[in-house]
Write a protein that binds this ligand. Sequence first.
Ligand code: GDP
Length: 198
Amino acid sequence: MKISSAIFDCSASDLDSCPDESLPEFAFIGRSNVGKSSLLNFLAGKRELARVSRTPGFTKLINFFTINESWRLVDLPGYGFAEVARQDKARFNEAVNEYLMQRPNLHCIFALIDSGLPPQKIDVEFVEWLASNSIPFVLVFTKTDKVGAARVQANIAAFKEHISECCGLPPTILTCSATARLGRGELLAVLKEAVARD
Ligand code: GDP
């Protein structure tokens, strides 16, 4: 897929302020610092795409971008450590929770995970939560340039092992590096197929 236009649509602080449900949505989420802004800019071929999401005041909002006038890329707020320590782990952000659980035109979550780290509890719990709520997701391992290829593969294998019990079929797994400019084609191919499915 070629991204010919990527236009900031709006920001929402709750489900009610999300845009109309006419376009399929594909949402990106991950721990703060996972490389989400870099990946979104790399994906869209626009330096400034995720800038709006990083502007103070916008970081806790759900940011919508219309791509090729046919689907929406949704930038969800990053999850941090403190919030997840709370008792109900899924409630790390009420707006995100509602969006993930109730948005009818949400087609797939792209869950970003740092490939340079062994499985982090917060990421495993989030993916388990997606699976237990039957929310479709793809795992995207970021920053593959940071450690050697063998370490990346070992971290991915360990993550798969951690989630194997909760997920029926093994999920689609993608790898990317915004720094080394790798993985864009594969990610766009998965998006293209998912958009075409609707
Ligand atoms: P966000 O908080 O998830 O939006 O993450 P950012 O895109 O702001 O990136 C967080 C940090 O990781 C920054 O210092 C980036 O330069 C760095 N980073 C992002 N992508 C990559 C990557 O592909 N490789 C490496 N080595 N560093 C990256």
